[in-house]
Design a protein around this ligand. Structure first.
Ligand code: C2E
Ligand code: MG
Ligand code: MG
Length: 582
């Protein structure tokens, strides 16, 4: 007897078309395996064990004697008969049709046997629906957000991609992306905890989903379809397909925002929140899903600036600004690579003897097409891109090198000093103090001649690390100036935490000097407070003679401004210093 030809002749065939009790015992002994014996010629079922019966949800007498193919799912029937006719290789997975019409995936193996001289097939089957479900869950999780059950970013981008492809074939097809940002989510998370934060997202997802269903069916157009997805922490997106104009998207945004007029009920507590919405409707130009999402993001950014619970539709102006910004980023990167930066120096003058005591270094970008660009037009972008770090190092090195040359050429007591502006990102660099030390060593400038200018906001936005960096710099002998004093918090109360040497009073204060009442005015009070703490004062932005006279009267020691001298290139400064010496 070979393995796949089981001879059960005579022993189990009962002669009435059914297999004997013995055979049934054998079949039921297969335990978790379902077993069906089929007559190979007639395809009729000769017997079935209890496991297979339970699987099919039927009684034995409902099955035995019937044709086997009736229990195979219709989609599988072609395959089934081919296999039984010996024409196809046996596939390992099969789908059974149950009494209630449900399909059950099974693993099946077939053994040819002989029952009382007749060829029969012994099918053993194992229910694999649990495994299949787990596989399906896994597949779904690749495209669904585990918290809310909504589509995830990958699925959303795929649908959006399809819309972009479709619009190429059908120019009339219109669709839009709504990017929803839950306002103050970070605050909510921090104040009420992550669990409440997560539950809030679930409730929001549910509310938005229900509203969208309502919109689809009755409120606006029946032919608009939607996909709602969760994109990131507190962001959701809606893809609206088949809209007729932007108005449809705006109406959807308004409806969704209305939902948040009422508090959300999360874990038994009421949560007041709102959503801001950025809308990007396909304009015939967007060529990629990413570009459309970016447009919606720009619009959302605007909406959030307008205040909570607003919506903004992305338009041509924003598009132009986005293009401008991208161009600037591209050019700035190249500028750093090609070294398109130069320095100008603005004299800092002693108000007691009108002599130049030092300079503030100001960076300029020599753009190959646009000419000279002032720092305010590119420093904020350079900060966001992290490019301020290499730019800042260039400025620092170049300023120290130039000052050393001037000190050698124009010696004085005390020696001339140079001030360099530092951005907050530079201060956050862990090795700033070391880099400054290296540059001083490399250029031969004494630390006391280098003054680093830091703004109030940079001090306040930084952490303990800032204090330690500043202390290190101070220990090296470098002087620290607090720049633009008066534009930020304008409070001296926190100054004791930072080792500041000089306060630069911003020109907004200096401007008011004409009408101010001298020492008893604002500038006077700031000076008095600074001096009390042993901190020096430089008045910035002196533009008129009367401002200068006022400051002199108040015994302000140092001044800087267009009235005294404009920022100049090194060569012109050299001439200025030669005249001063003469
Ligand atoms: P800041 O450090 O307060 O520099 C003074 C700014 O005021 C300079 O503008 C200067 O040209 C201008 N200014 C000087 N005197 C007068 C005056 O009498 N009236 C008026 N209206 N303005 C005056 P600039 O060069 O455009 O620089 C602007 C800002 O850009 C600087 O303000 C500084 O915060 C930043 N900056 C400049 N260079 C650098 C740099 O190398 N690194 C960093 N991180 N920031 C820099
Ligand atoms: Mg400055
Ligand atoms: Mg300033």
């Amino acid at each position: 007897m070979d393995d796949d030809h089981l001879d059960v002749r005579g022993t189990i065939f009962a002669g009435d078309g059914l297999v004997s009790e013995k055979c049934r015992v054998l079949l039921n002994g297969l335990g978790e395996f379902g077993a069906i014996v089929v007559d190979a010629e007639t395809d009729r079922i000769l017997d079935i064990n209890t496991t297979a019966l339970a699987l099919l949800g039927m009684k034995r007498e409902e099955i035995v004697g019937r044709e086997h193919h009736q229990f195979v799912s219709p989609a599988e029937q072609g395959r089934s008969s081919a296999v039984h006719a010996g024409k196809a290789p046996e596939p390992p997975e099969w789908v059974l049709r149950c009494s209630d019409g449900k399909s059950i995936p099974v693993l099946k193996s077939v053994l040819q046997i002989e029952v009382d001289g007749r060829k029969a097939l012994l099918e053993s089957i194992v229910d694999i629906s649990a495994r299949k479900k787990a596989e399906e869950d896994l597949r779904r999780s690749a495209f669904h957000d585990s918290l809310t059950g909504l589509a995830n970013r990958a699925l959303f981008m795929d649908r959006l991609d399809r819309c972009i492809t479709r619009v190429k074939r059908n120019k009339k097809f219109l669709f839009s992306v709504l990017l929803l940002g839950l306002d103050r989510f970070k605050f909510l998370n921090e104040s009420l905890g992550h669990e409440v934060g997560e539950q809030t997202l679930v409730v929001v997802a549910d509310r938005v989903q229900k509203t969208l269903r309502g919109i689809d069916t009755v409120a606006i157009q029946t032919d608009i379809t939607h996909t709602l997805a969760r994109m990131g922490e507190d962001k959701f997106t809606i893809l609206l397909e088949g809209i007729h104009s932007n108005e449809d998207s705006v109406r959807v945004a308004q409806r969704i925002q209305l939902l948040f007029d009422q508090p959300l009920e999360v874990n038994g507590q009421e949560i007041f929140t709102s959503v801001s919405v950025g809308i990007a409707t396909h304009n015939g130009k967007s060529t990629s899903a990413e570009a459309m999402l970016r447009d919606a993001d720009i619009a959302l950014h605007r909406a959030r600036k307008q205040g909570r619970g607003s919506y903004v539709v992305f338009d041509e102006v924003m598009h132009a600004q986005a293009v401008e910004r991208m161009t600037l980023e591209f050019d700035l990167r190249r500028a750093v690579e090609q070294g398109q930066f130069s320095l100008v120096f603005q004299p800092i003058v002693s108000l007691t003897n009108d002599r130049i005591v030092g300079f503030e270094t100001l960076v300029r970008w020599q753009h190959p097409k646009r000419g000279t660009i002032l720092p305010q037009a590119f420093i904020p972008v350079a900060e966001e891109m992290g490019l301020i770090v290499p730019i800042g190092l260039f400025v620092l090195r170049e300023a120290c090198r130039q000052m050393k040359l001037w000190q050698d050429q124009f010696p004085s007591d005390p020696p001339l000093s140079v001030a360099v502006n530092l951005s907050s990102l530079q201060i956050r660099q862990p090795d700033l103090a070391k880099q400054v030390k290296n540059i001083l060593k490399e250029t031969g400038l004494t630390p006391g001649s280098l003054h680093l200018e830091i703004t109030e906001s940079a001090l306040l936005e930084n952490d303990r690390h800032t204090v330690s960096t500043l202390k290190k710099l101070k220990k090296q002998g470098v002087k620290l100036h607090l720049d633009d004093f008066g534009t930020g918090y304008s409070s001296l109360s926190y100054l004791h935490q930072f080792p500041i040497d000089v306060l630069k009073v911003d020109r907004v204060f200096v401007k008011k000097l004409d009408k101010d009442s001298g020492k008893s005015g604002l500038v006077g009070s700031i000076m008095a407070m600074a001096h009390n703490r042993g901190i020096g004062v430089i008045a910035e932005g002196i533009e008129t003679l009367s401002q200068l006279e006022c400051l002199k009267e108040m015994e302000c020691e140092l001044g800087q401004g267009f009235y005294l001298a404009r920022p100049k290139k090194a060569k012109a400064i050299g001439r200025l210093l030669s005249r001063q010496r003469a």
